[in-house]
Structures are given as structure tokens and as C-alpha cells.
Design a protein around this ligand. Structure first.
Ligand code: PGA
Length: 246
């Protein structure tokens, strides 16, 4: 399967900086063919980036949706609208959404259903906190998040799972390749139990949490790591291109 590297710009960048990012990034990645590359800017930049990536292999993604398609939900944006804006992907269940906006597994489950209905591919984020890891609860938390977020979802071909240990996000302290691989393998086995071997074998499980040009190689060398979700290091065109070039 083709690995996937996605940029999660979070609440960063403006029109000028994002267009200049794409212009340099395009040149750096000209020869990269064996990688699927997705950029997930804030909503306000979707249109601009959609124009800027025309005639490239770069794909567009968003960072969240509401689970309804339209209606009286002031301040929200739906999957239907994102599809219309040119998005192919959407990140759902990011730990920052869970932590600061009280998103629950059942809300995320509804969002996934709405995204799939609107033909958006989903990058579903799951991961444990440091406290949970220290209490040996990592696998229990992962299993609970995965089972609840995927409840009643049968179509898995448009889902990517992102394992993002909360303690590694934005801290500069990435999970070691073997720590990440242990959880990725567990996720793959779980998917095999929930669905079947064939589905589990073909699903991309990507890693996120302080991915940088100097640690991507060793992470990608792991059997069950099929890409990365990159925050900080995706804000600089050169550094993100280096990560994509692994
Ligand atoms: P980071 O963020 O690369 O800055 O740790 C990753 C993420 O939150 O998806």
C-alpha cells in the first residue's frame, strides 16, 4: 500500500505564508511519487490551497467537521461543505478536539459516518495520555477508542488510523519506533478481530507525535507504520518535504 504523510497545520498560517509554502513545497517534492501527500489547512485557507495545488499530486484535507450536513449549527462546517470545497480527506478525533472541545468517541463516530457519506476519507486519531501509559492502560484505551469510534462502520477502505500518543504531540518527544510499532501492531490485530484479515492488512495505520525529518526514517522502517501525521514540522516547506521524501 502507498504510505500517507499528512500535514496538520492546526490553527496556523495565513494566505501569504500558505501560498508561499505550496510554491516551494511543490518544487521540493517534484520527484516524490511513492507517497500520498495531504495538506490539512484551517478552513479559511481551503479554497486558496485548493487552487495552489492544482496539477500536483498534493491532496487537500480539513481538520474537523460537524456530524450534521446543514442547519442551525452556528460556527460549524459540514462534510458536505468540505467536499464542495475540494477536500478529499478530513482529520477526525484529534486529541486536541477531544481535550479542548469535549469531543467524545460517540460524537466522533457520528462525524465519521457523515464524512464517509459525503465521500471524504477519514484520518481517525486515537492515542493515550502519559498518565494512561504509565498506568499500563495504553492498549485498553486504544481498544476502547477504536471500538467506539468505529461502531457500526462497515466501510473501512476510506479510513486511515492515526496513532497519536498525546504525550508525544507538540512535545518534541516522539514515541520510539518500537513503542509505536507495538501499538500499531495491536491496532492491526484488533482490526482483524473486528473486521477480517484482509481489511486489516490493507488499512493504513500512521503515526503522529513530534515527527521530524530526523526521526521519520526509523519510524517508517517499522512493519506496521504506514505513514505519518505531522504537526509542527509540517509548517516549514523544506522540513515537510524532507519527511515526505523518506
Ligand atoms: P506534532 O503534532 O507533530 O506537532 O507533534 C502532531 C499532531 O498533533 O497531529
Amino acid at each position: 500500500m502507498k504510505p500517507l504523510i499528512a500535514a496538520n497545520w492546526k490553527m496556523n498560517m495565513d494566505t501569504k505564508s500558505s501560498v508561499s509554502f505550496i510554491n516551494s513545497f511543490k518544487k521540493y517534492i517534484k520527484n516524490i511519487k511513492n507517497m500520498e501527500i495531504v495538506i490539512c489547512p484551517p478552513f479559511t485557507l481551503l479554497n486558496k490551497i485548493n487552487e495552489a495545488i492544482k496539477n500536483t499530486n498534493i491532496k487537500l484535507g480539513a481538520q474537523n467537521i460537524h456530524f450534521e450536513e446543514k442547519g442551525a449549527f452556528t460556527g460549524e462546517v459540514s462534510g458536505l461543505m468540505l467536499k464542495d470545497a475540494g477536500c478529499e480527506y478530513v482529520i477526525l478525533g484529534h486529541s486536541e478536539r477531544r481535550q479542548y472541545f469535549n469531543e467524545t468517541n460517540s460524537m466522533i463516530n457520528r462525524k465519521i459516518k457523515s464524512a464517509l457519506k459525503n465521500k471524504l476519507k477519514v484520518i481517525l486519531c486515537i492515542g493515550e495520555s502519559l498518565k494512561q501509559r504509565n498506568n499500563n492502560q495504553t492498549m485498553k484505551i486504544i481498544k476502547n477508542q477504536l471500538l467506539n469510534c468505529l461502531n457500526n462502520i462497515k466501510e473501512m477502505k476510506n479510513i486511515v488510523i492515526a496513532y497519536e500518543p498525546i504525550w508525544a504531540i507538540g512535545t518534541g518527544k516522539n514515541a520510539t519506533p518500537s513503542q509505536a510499532e507495538e501499538v500499531h501492531k495491536f491496532i492491526r490485530e484488533l482490526l482483524s478481530d473486528i473486521y477480517n484479515k484482509n481489511i486489516s492488512k490493507n488499512i493504513r495505520i500512521i503515526y503522529g507525535g513530534s515527527v521530524k525529518p530526523n526521526n521519520i526514517k526509523e519510524l517508517m522502517a517499522m512493519k506496521n507504520i504506514n505513514g505519518a501525521l505531522v504537526g509542527n514540522a509540517s509548517l516549514d516547506a523544506k522540513s515537510f518535504a524532507k519527511i515526505c521524501g523518506v
